[in-house]
Design a protein around this ligand. Structure first.
Ligand code: ATP
Ligand code: MG
Length: 140
């Protein structure tokens, strides 16, 4: 399996509960390396742009307001099969359905406040990484 890069976001519910280190150790324990990372707060319109694929869905407005409500930590994770591996570590979208031991089951509060985002394909990973990072900020 080839090395991949994927975009990860530690969401407002997790940064506000001081869970950045706990979540990062889940990635590192699983063998994913954090090769870029920064803390920032999105504006509502930046959140709308990032979640453009969900425009029109019932949860879109609430999701974008939530993602702009407090700081987030955005990061590039690198490792073997990183896109799928990260989705596995995160668990199902709804924490109530996620397996025990996944980030969303252990830290998530609701389907919206589910602590982390991870790219869902290699193609989207590239798009999402370039949304947040320049080449200079990614250091292997
Ligand atoms: P993410 O894209 O954040 O990694 P995901 O791919 O598991 O999560 P998506 O279907 O892409 O899930 O939804 C994006 C985000 O929108 C979810 O992580 C969650 O925060 C929110 N969301 C999804 N479905 C709902 C819903 N039914 N009600 C409220 N919020 C939702
Ligand atoms: Mg998604």
């Amino acid at each position: 399996m080839l090395e991949q890069r994927t975009l990860s976001i530690i969401k407002p519910d997790a940064t506000s509960r001081n869970l950045v280190g706990a979540i990062n150790s889940r990635f590192e324990q699983a063998g994913l390396r954090i090769i870029a990372q920064k803390r920032l707060q999105l504006t509502k319109s930046q959140a709308e742009k990032f979640y453009e694929v969900h425009r029109g869905k019932a949860f879109y407005n609430s999701l974008c307001e939530y993602m702009a409500s407090a700081p987030i930590v955005v990061q590039v994770l690198c490792g073997e099969d990183a896109v799928a591996e990260n989705r596995k570590i995160m668990g199902s979208t709804n924490p109530a359905n996620a397996e025990v031991g996944t980030i969303r089951r252990d830290f998530g509060q609701s389907i919206e406040h589910n602590s982390v985002h991870g790219s869902d394909s290699l193609e989207n990973a590239e798009i999402e990484i370039s949304f947040f990072f320049s080449q200079l900020e990614i250091v292997e």
